[in-house]
Design a protein around this ligand. Structure first.
Ligand SMILES: *Cc1c(COP(=O)(O)O)cnc(C)c1O
Length: 217
């Protein structure tokens, strides 16, 4: 599907849910995509992109940012502390703050730099052992901890278990955000973004539906 079709589907889902379409931001997830597909989406006027690896993003986005004005880049994949400095320079937002050690590192670097990307805390709503994220039961305390470090925590992010209905996970994430006074909800991918918007998503992360299947490699 083309970018314009996805934009229309996002807006329709928002209206269906009684929401302002402008309250939902579409992150085009460009990881692993061939460069010509990424530049096609840039040429179509889109400026908000997501990448899941610091290294990969560092390899292509400095050049693309020099060629296209107004690009905004969000990190949506796990962040190792030894890449935190590079990530803070490259990304406008980080959706994957998922542990105290990373919070401490980001807080220290933010102090040094006098600036910090917007942050979202990843919550492991399905409590999956192999998945990153704060457990739902620990989320309130971790949000408070991160705020006490003066980190700019804007919202929460989740990736529901593949084999489960996503709505329960979206509802849980929205509930944790609401009781902590957080506005941003990063949830919903190609297969479930319309459901996520119904449950209040402010950032949907869509890759294959915009760019086509990722070429393995
Ligand atoms: C790859 C990825 C996406 C996009 O997935 P699609 O199914 O291609 O839309 C969204 N969120 C995260 C965290 C991802 O790694």
């Amino acid at each position: 599907m083309a970018l314009s079709d996805i934009e229309a589907a996002v807006a329709a889902a928002a209206r269906q849910a009684g929401r302002d379409p402008a309250s939902v931001r579409l992150i085009a997830v460009s990881k692993v995509q061939p460069l010509d597909r990424v530049t096609a989406v840039l040429d179509a006027g889109h400026r908000l992109f997501g990448e899941n690896r610091v290294q990969e993003a560092a390899g292509k986005w400095p050049d693309l940012k020099a060629r296209y004005d107004g690009v905004e880049l969000h990190l949506i994949g796990p962040l190792q502390t030894n890449k935190a400095r590079q990530a803070m320079e490259l990304f406008d937002a980080i959706h994957t703050l998922d542990r105290p050690k990373l919070a401490k590192t980001l807080a220290r670097l933010a102090q040094e730099a006098g600036a910090c990307p917007d942050l979202m805390i990843q919550v492991n709503t399905g409590e999956e052992p192999q998945k990153a994220g704060i457990l739902p039961g620990d989320a309130d305390a971790f949000i408070a901890e991160a705020r006490a470090m003066d980190l700019p925590v804007r919202g929460l992010m989740c990736i529901p278990p593949v084999e489960e209905t996503p709505s329960l996970h979206f509802a849980l994430l929205a509930k944790i955000a609401a009781r902590n006074g957080l506005d941003a909800l990063s949830m919903g991918m190609s297969a479930d973004f319309e459901t996520a918007i119904t449950f209040g998503a402010t950032h949907v992360r869509i890759g294959s539906a915009i760019f086509g299947e990722r070429v393995p490699g």
